[in-house]
Design a protein around this ligand. Structure first.
Ligand code: SF4
Length: 356
């Protein structure tokens, strides 16, 4: 059961309600370098990024938004810290949403100015709380105040205080994020917040790092929440290319059956019972699937090394093979259709799949 939320739009992408969980990423270029930034966004559009966020550290970046917006096709979110005026300029220059950090833009008169522009243009504000920049943590005089208080609770309180200000300004196109580099804190914060409001959530575990570590932290944090029905748009934060972030986002969503982007291969880890060259066969199937058109994205293909678990898994899939003494038993929709020589397995799988 997905958490019931209000629907908020970023450009033409709906966030929340029954809208598909959307995929976001963030550019890693200097925003003032318009050509390079647009090139990166175009690459991201190609791999399936649906919303792009840009860091706006200075006036030049805020001014660059106008031209960048003109050259791209996906909605653009301006990421604002410290200086509310940059948010106002980005909105005037066509940003489809702004992210404000309650930890560093919290004066009511400043928030009011951003809200005024957002309302005029009917665009959303993301209340982007980050455990690394909590309002109550940064000033030294408040340090004793947070001693012993659970960080997740503090993050939620920061967000709630901010939402109250926005609502008092009669502004409700709000999206919330509560990110921490600690997976458990992130999960706790979103779970707590889910009980407090019905605004849609942008999910993410911040600064997860490189390769496996980043993938696992993001997968556990974002995946746990999505499995509980919490979350409406996601951003995976890796110390890698933004294209990689989009690929990982897709894997998370597809693993949970929330969206489909490509055919699914179920292949066994192999063991001493494996009686075919399973790695080679899996790699070959994967390579050939990449070349097939979108008509095949919902297919499930099982490649299993032997007849212990093989037939069971292969039967669950649209098409499958279980190895048996140098041969392959081909299954289709739960039924054995053929027994072929090992070298004919890949060819037969695709032939049979075309007939599915
Ligand atoms: S399917 Fe067979 S070969 Fe593959 S891991 Fe299981 S027992 Fe081993």
């Amino acid at each position: 059961m997905r958490r019931k939320t209000k629907v908020v739009k970023i450009g033409d992408v709906r966030i929340g309600g029954d809208a598909p969980v959307s995929i976001q990423s963030m550019t890693k270029t200097n925003t003032e370098d318009i050509a390079q930034t647009v090139r990166q966004i175009k690459r991201l559009e190609k791999v399936g990024c649906e919303i792009i966020r840009l860091g706006i550290p200075n006036l030049g970046s805020a001014e660059a938004i106008k031209e960048i917006k003109r050259r791209i096709d996906i909605p653009l979110v301006a990421d604002i810290h410290f200086d509310y005026r940059l948010g106002v300029i980005c909105l005037q220059n066509g940003a489809d949403a702004v992210r404000l950090n309650p930890g560093n833009i919290y004066k009511i008169e400043q928030i009011r100015e951003v809200v005024k522009e957002a309302k005029k243009r009917k665009v959303a504000i993301r209340v982007g709380v980050n455990s690394g920049s909590l309002k109550y943590q940064s000033p030294v005089k408040n340090k004793t105040k947070i001693k012993g208080i659970d960080t997740a609770k503090l993050m939620v309180q920061n967000a709630l205080d901010y939402i109250k200000i926005l609502e008092e300004l009669d502004f409700c196109d709000i999206i919330i994020s509560l990110k921490s580099s600690d997976v458990f804190t992130t999960i706790q914060a979103y779970r707590l917040m889910a009980k407090k409001c019905n605004y849609p959530f942008h999910l993410g575990v911040t600064a997860t790092g490189f390769s496996e570590v980043g993938l696992i932290k993001s997968g556990i944090g974002i995946g746990t929440l999505l499995a509980e029905g919490i979350g409406d748009t996601i951003r995976v934060s890796l110390t890698e290319s933004p294209e990689r972030e989009v690929e990982v986002s897709k894997e998370i969503l597809q693993s949970l059956g929330l969206r489909w982007f490509k055919p699914e291969i179920i292949s066994c880890p192999t063991c001493s019972r494996c009686s075919i060259d399973l790695k080679r066969i899996s790699r070959e199937v994967q390579k050939r699937l990449k070349k097939l058109d979108k008509a095949y994205i919902h297919k499930k293909i099982a490649i299993m090394g032997c007849v212990v678990n093989g037939p069971g898994e292969a039967k669950e899939a649209d098409i499958g093979v279980a190895g048996a003494a140098g041969q392959g038993i081909i299954f289709k929709k739960g039924k054995v259709v053929k027994r072929v020589k090992e070298e004919e397995i890949v060819k037969t799988l695709f032939k049979e799949m075309n007939r599915c």
